[in-house]
Design a protein around this ligand. Structure first.
Ligand SMILES: [Zn+2]
Length: 219
């Protein structure tokens, strides 16, 4: 997870938030609620989030759009009554992959402080203050390590070290490790490494940690 600066609120939210929220809060039947609720799926909102997160999951930093449409994620779950009024609140919306946002992981969860929460939010928090992005060269494993209670809760809740994700991510970070060894003498390798650290790169948090540290010392 990397810090992401929130873009300006899309005009469609600016123009409709009050009316949409009122309609949702006033909905009586399930059908009314469903109809009112789905306004957040507006194309303009989705496009703004895709642009803001560079097509990556806000939580796990996987690129989404080549395999899926991506979810508009409500950080404070709209299904919880106390957060229903935030269904169209721009600051409550993130882009996420279907797995981080799925029932097995975040789903409708929103752990409170007493439960080790709240979850780390890439637009409200500085993820580096809550996580270390550790690459074990010998084990060839790229692991998200929570360094605070909130970081640990977030890692567990979102499954940031789930098996398939970690295996895929570890292969990429291993390649970056090899690249970093070449970068000193090969300008093309240096450029690729620099690109891997950019906001739009998959698993940029790991690339940045690798460049800043000595995670390839096991070589
Ligand atoms: Zn994800």
């Amino acid at each position: 997870m990397i810090r992401v600066e929130r873009a300006a609120k899309p005009a469609v939210i600016e123009q409709n938030q009050v009316a949409w929220t009122q309609a949702l809060l006033n909905a009586v039947t399930k059908e009314d609620k469903t109809r009112a609720e789905k306004k957040y799926r507006h194309l303009e909102i989705k496009r703004a989030l895709v642009s803001m997160f560079h097509g990556k999951c806000a939580y796990c930093e996987s690129k989404i759009l080549h395999v899926d449409y991506g979810h508009i994620e409500h950080f404070r779950p709209k299904s919880k009554l106390e957060f229903r009024s935030l269904a169209f609140e721009w600051r409550n919306l993130l882009l996420s992959c279907a797995i981080c946002n799925g029932r097995e992981h975040k789903g409708d969860r929103f752990p409170e402080a007493a439960e080790g929460g709240p979850l780390v939010n890439p637009c409200e928090d500085f993820p580096d203050a809550h996580f270390e992005f550790v690459f074990d060269f010998r084990a060839r494993l790229a692991t998200v390590v929570g360094t605070t209670a909130r970081g640990k809760t977030t890692e567990t809740c979102l499954g940031l070290n789930r098996q398939d994700l970690r295996a895929y991510r570890s292969r990429w970070v291993m390649q970056l490790c090899v690249l970093s060894r070449c970068a000193e003498n090969d300008p093309d390798a240096a450029i690729l490494l620099e690109e891997a650290c950019r906001d739009d790169a998959e698993y940029a948090a790991f690339a940045r940690a690798l460049v800043a540290g000595h995670d390839c010392d096991g070589a």
